[in-house]
Design a protein around this ligand. Sequence first.
Ligand code: ADE
Length: 225
Amino acid sequence: MRIDIVTVSPELIKSPFEHSILKRAQDKGKVEVFFHDLRDYAINKYGKIDDYQFGGGAGMVLMIEPIDKCLSGLMEQRNYDEIIYMTPDAKTLDQGTANILSAKKNLLILTGHYKGVDQRIRDKFITMEMSIGDYVLSGGELAAAVLCDAVIRLIPGVLGDETSALTDSFQDNLLAPPVYTRPAEYKGMKVPDILLSGNFPKIDDWRHEEALKRTKLIRPDLLNK
Ligand code: ADE
């Protein structure tokens, strides 16, 4: 997979890709990630990329021209399966969407800043708009990093068996069951006996029951999906 990320703050988003599973995925050749600085497409030598919004109102809007130049240049070089705009006024990312995106070849992600981007960019280029939750971040960079993490870890071969994504929360619309590790008893707090029993079918049943209990309590909405 190839992911191109267009941003006004490349430095803000690079770091998560330099560690842990996202780094390993790149080292293994499972994904290539490229960052594109919108300022390289500024409309003047002072690096102008944003302007006041028509009609008045607080906050700057990212201008159409720099984004058009950047996206058009990238789109001339390859076909993108999706051109994704990170914004709070969109559908929320979920595991199903991450699963679908993990099977794609080329993704282009545009991150907004300030008041967002000129609507004409959204109308002309964007094929998918995505929020990571009902709150507003200072920019779309962290949201893009979240999306990339959720997607990249699902690419076959990125995770080993020991960290298989299939047992994650949400893969079956259930929250994950509780997990424990050694010691089996700590300051009088015991690990449930069943997990020490070696009876794996029973352990599976117990985990499923616990996952259901947790989901009913914390996220009953998931059970109706
Ligand atoms: N940009 C600002 N807030 C965001 C959010 N919640 N999701 C995606 N992009 C954003």
